[in-house]
Design a protein around this ligand. Structure first.
Ligand SMILES: [Zn+2]
Length: 102
């Protein structure tokens, strides 16, 4: 997890305020207005497939081959994915749980 700050338009304050951006890996997970505390979570359903896609890009140097494998044998692909993640367990698991445990 990492955080960043940015000036964004807040719907509650109705003006541009400083926002905290919370990331899981390189993907934006949630945004919080530092003025009013209004909190915007990015939908888990929308986020997870994007995160898994991002993860594939990071764990393999051959993303195109992975995509072909997924199309030919989706079940084998998904059962094989945890093994790829297991090579770099701590970092990815923490990011993954940050998305799933809410
Ligand atoms: Zn606000």
């Amino acid at each position: 997890m990492s955080d960043a700050r940015a000036e964004l338009a807040c719907e509650t304050c109705e003006r541009v305020t400083e926002h905290e951006l919370h990331y899981a890996g390189r993907l934006l997970e949630s945004v919080r207005c530092t003025e009013c505390g209004s909190h915007l979570e990015l939908s888990q359903r929308a986020l997870l497939p994007a995160y898994v896609h991002d993860l594939e890009q990071r764990v393999t140097s051959k993303p195109r081959r992975l995509v072909h494998r997924a199309a030919r044998d989706p079940r084998g692909f998904w059962t094989g994915l945890p093994r790829a993640l297991a090579r770099q367990p701590g970092k990815f698991l923490r990011e993954f749980w940050a998305l799933v445990r809410r």
